[in-house]
Design a binder for this molecule. Structure first.
Ligand SMILES: Nc1ncnc2c1ncn2[C@@H]1O[C@H](COP(=O)(O)OP(=O)(O)O)[C@@H](O)[C@H]1O
Ligand SMILES: [Mg+2]
Length: 278
């Protein structure tokens, strides 16, 4: 059995739960392994595709993650049901029928879908299409200077702090898409300067950063701007310990952050802050 990878990473940034995505990939490769039964080839392929007039998907760019194999393929009556939870053709001890339904769930939550292409006797491919994030390249070209913050239409202003430019740009773009005005900075010090210019409605910050860390920033803000909601993102596993060191009421999200969770936390924070200040 052969396992090969053909990974194109150019522009292939997406927003998905990393653990679930890993489980999906594992499910697909295990299915392919079962299908080739030791005598074939499996390939994992990633690339960016452009959708146009697709029946199911919005127009735009998607990251395709495809696992193909040279096994027997899937007859149409099985392909029609394969994504159903608990649908399996394997003996009870071998299959749960939950693999492909998990795969589809992950893809849908990343703004996409999953599809099967099968050629009976020759093999098949399952692709996840995950909505691609557009690179934030326009800001200098459009003359949108960094000191013209919150330039979007949103009435709620979010100050976003993350030292990872990829994460920062991706989250800023998603928040702007959700009609928030966003100013994004790379560290705690820049954040304090930005707040000095304009007080935002909420702060979303990473924890581990050079210089002024997220925790330090949150402590400072709890003194200087006690009613300003702070939402914390951390990659650490010890989120509970971290939470103990944070001012009470600080929301904490674990990285990789699901955008739906972030949007909900931001909304909840802004709403509760406006109730308090009334
Ligand atoms: N690569 C593949 N080649 C042929 N058939 C497949 C492949 N992947 C999945 N299937 C079919 O789809 C069914 C459902 O797959 P899945 O949801 O992963 O559940 P399970 O693997 O537990 O049976 C499998 O039982 C099998 O019939
Ligand atoms: Mg399976």
């Amino acid at each position: 059995m052969q396992l090969a990878f053909r990974l194109e990473s150019e522009g292939s940034m997406t927003m998905a739960n990393a653990t679930q995505l890993e489980a999906a990939l594992l499910n697909l490769v295990i299915n392919a392994r079962d299908a080739v039964a030791g005598r074939g080839a499996i390939e994992v392929h990633t690339r960016v595709v452009q959708m146009h007039g697709d029946a199911e998907l919005e127009d735009g760019r998607y990251v395709e993650l495809c696992v193909s194999d040279t096994g027997p393929g899937m007859p149409p009556e099985i392909a029609a049901r394969a994504f159903e939870p608990f649908f399996t053709t394997k003996p009870e001890s071998k299959g749960t029928g939950l693999g492909l339904s998990q795969v589809k769930g992950v893809a849908i939550r990343a703004g996409g879908t999953a599809r099967i292409r099968s050629q009976i006797g020759k093999g098949m491919a399952v692709s996840l299409f995950l909505k691609a994030l557009t690179p934030q390249a326009q800001s200098s070209a459009s003359g949108d200077a960094p000191n013209a913050p919150y330039a979007t239409t949103g009435h709620c202003r979010i100050l976003l702090i993350d030292d990872d430019a990829h994460v920062r740009d991706a989250l800023a773009e998603l928040l702007r898409d959700a009609h928030y005005g966003v100013e994004a900075v790379a560290g705690g010090l820049a954040a304090l300067q930005a707040i000095d210019r304009t007080v935002p409605d909420a702060v979303v910050t990473d924890q581990a950063m050079q210089g002024v860390s997220g925790v330090l920033l949150a402590r400072v803000l709890s003194e200087t701007h006690p009613r300003l909601p702070v939402i914390f993102m951390t990659g650490y596993n010890d989120a509970d310990t971290l939470k103990a060191g944070l001012p009470t009421g600080t929301a904490l999200l674990r990285k990789p952050v699901l955008f739906a969770d972030l949007a909900q936390a931001v909304q909840a924070a802004i709403e509760s802050a406006s109730v308090v200040s009334r």
